[in-house]
Design a protein around this ligand. Structure first.
Ligand code: SF4
Length: 344
């Protein structure tokens, strides 16, 4: 296991302090950050405006990201790429790059596995292994950008429940939005949650300026519990209340994500009740066609089911989009990310 300090885990102040402890001037921190965060360089030897002695010291004690891309697969249409990252302790996570028209969106993982146990999700079937560090999340961003080009949007919607690893996810958001580091606009970042109410409360209290997406998946308490066990402790009524508060306090509307499962949550009754919730929250609904995973009893909706669900929402004055099965051929679709737990 790598015992070097991951620079991606350090704030700019911490990097300056580390350099000062090595007898280096603070302007070196700016140079190093430009290489890492603007040029996405991970190799100290390539940082040619640093003195050779400093490069050697950095090489001896630090690294830029503790892990690497072990495998990657590209969808048939070439627009979706899934990368498997091998981490320093041998664990692995996946992250996905998607081009939607000219927009490059990356879907980052926040945990190895997930404790939420959503029944339709491959990651949920793994259980939780551990949280990712700030650096491990930023590593996914850097590698996907190096391979696939400049990134326009980030969604924390990969493996893991971001609000169960809140401090590190917020550390990554800080780095992504910091002008001296990745300098992304806050509104280009979305945190997606299956409905962890305490986590949403923290986002409100700490005024985290990113977008929030809620996996609704059923407009009924019992239906949500059947799909997402966490909902037993996070009642739908309380979730709606906290989303209302979020919109009021932040002036930002939430997005409701809805994984459409054939014959389970796709009836007109579900669409009508979803529309009532969306209208109450002034939220838009993003309908996601279920991507099958091995051993699952759920099935993808037919195109007619999807169309009727969307049309019902729209007829009730709710703005709805449909996310089709992007990257399904490489298991990079929503709910399909999972790695075999076990060290390399
Ligand atoms: S859907 Fe999200 S929250 Fe639910 S088990 Fe999968 S990764 Fe975890």
């Amino acid at each position: 296991m790598d015992t070097k300090q991951d620079i991606l885990d350090l704030t700019p102040d911490e990097l300056r302090e580390a350099l000062a402890a090595m007898g280096e001037k603070s302007f070196r921190a700016k140079q190093i950050m430009e290489w890492i965060y603007k040029k996405h360089e991970r190799d100290f030897a390539a940082m040619t405006n640093l003195a050779a002695g400093l490069r050697e010291k950095l090489e001896a004690g630090f690294c830029v990201g503790t892990g690497s891309v072990e495998t990657s697969s590209r969808s048939d249409d070439g627009r979706t790429v899934k990368c498997l990252f091998r981490l320093a302790d041998g664990e692995s996570v996946e992250a996905v790059s998607m081009y939607i028209e000219s927009r490059h969106t990356v879907c980052l993982s926040s945990q190895v596995g997930c404790s939420m146990g959503c029944t339709f999700c491959a990651t949920g079937g793994m259980g939780i292994v551990r949280d990712l560090t700030v650096g491990e999340m930023l590593l996914q961003f850097i590698e996907l950008s190096r391979r696939e080009g400049p990134i326009s949007r980030v969604v924390f919607m990969g493996m893991g429940e971001p609000l169960m690893n809140l401090e590190n996810v917020l550390g990554a958001v800080d780095a992504l939005t910091d002008g001296a580091r990745f300098a992304m606009g806050c509104r280009r970042i979305t945190i997606s949650t299956c409905g962890v109410i305490e986590g949403i409360r923290q986002l409100i209290r700490r005024k985290v300026p990113v977008r929030l997406a809620i996996s609704l998946n059923s407009p009924f308490q019992k239906g949500r519990e059947a799909l997402m066990p966490i909902c037993k402790d996070n009642q739908l009524k309380d979730l709606i209340d906290i989303c209302d508060e979020y919109t009021e306090q932040t002036s930002r509307r939430v997005t409701l994500e809805y994984v459409l499962l054939k014959g389970v949550n796709s009836s007109p009754r579900h669409a009508e009740a979803t529309a009532r919730i969306a209208r109450g929250l002034d939220a838009k609904v993003n309908v996601i066609e279920y991507n099958p995973v091995d051993g699952s009893t759920f099935a993808s909706p037919t195109s007619t089911e999807t169309r009727i669900f969307r049309e019902t929402l729209e007829s009730l004055n709710v703005f709805a989009t449909v996310r089709y099965r992007r990257g399904r051929d490489i298991d990079a679709g929503c709910g399909q990310l999972a790695t075999k737990h076990g060290k390399a």
